[in-house]
Design a protein around this ligand. Structure first.
Ligand code: ZN
Length: 149
C-alpha cells in the first residue's frame, strides 16, 4: 500500500516533450530496452506512471505475501535484471484513477498495440492467456505487462 500511496500523486515533468515522473524514470531504467521503447511510444498517447520495474527479493516477498503477486522470488519476470516485466498505470489530472477500471483496459490496448508496432510481444495481467475474453481472466493484475517469449 505504501507504494500505491507514494505514487498516487504524481509530479509529471516534461521529458523530451513527454510527461514522466522522476520515480517513473528510475523504475523504467531497470527495465529491458524493449519495454523502455514501448513506454516511450505509449507516452505519445497517454500520460502514465511506471510503478515497478525490477524487484529485489525483499520487495517480491512482500508482493507475494500481500497477494499482489502470485509468484515467489525469483520466478517473476520482475526479478531479472534488466526486468522483463513492468507495472504501469494511466494517469489523469496527476492521479492514477484506480476506480476507473475501464481506463486500464483502454490503456492496455494502447500499450499492446504500441508494442506490436515495434515487434515486441507482450502479455498483460488483464488477459494472461491472450483470449480477449476478460471474464475468463483468473487473476487481474491490470498494471502488469511482461515480455512474451
Ligand atoms: Zn507486475
Amino acid at each position: 500500500m505504501t507504494i500505491t500511496t507514494e505514487i498516487n500523486k504524481v509530479s509529471l515533468k516534461k521529458i523530451e516533450g513527454k510527461n514522466l515522473s522522476n520515480r517513473s524514470k528510475e523504475q523504467l531504467a531497470s527495465c529491458d530496452i524493449r519495454l523502455q521503447k514501448v513506454v516511450n511510444l505509449t507516452l505519445d498517447f497517454m500520460d502514465l506512471v511506471v510503478i515497478d520495474g525490477h524487484r529485489e527479493k525483499k520487495e517480491q516477498d512482500e508482493y507475494f505475501k500481500s497477494g499482489k503477486s502470485r509468484l515467489e522470488w525469483p520466478k517473476s519476470k520482475h526479478n531479472v535484471m534488466p526486468s522483463l516485466a513492468i507495472d504501469m498505470a494511466p494517469v489523469r489530472n496527476l492521479i492514477i484513477p484506480w476506480e476507473e477500471v475501464t481506463l486500464f483496459y483502454y490503456f492496455a490496448g494502447a500499450v499492446i498495440s504500441c508494442a506490436k508496432q515495434i515487434g515486441v510481444k507482450l502479455r498483460w495481467g488483464g488477459d494472461w492467456k491472450g483470449l480477449h475474453d476478460f471474464k475468463k481472466n483468473e487473476f487481474n493484475d491490470l498494471t502488469h505487462f511482461e515480455i512474451r517469449d
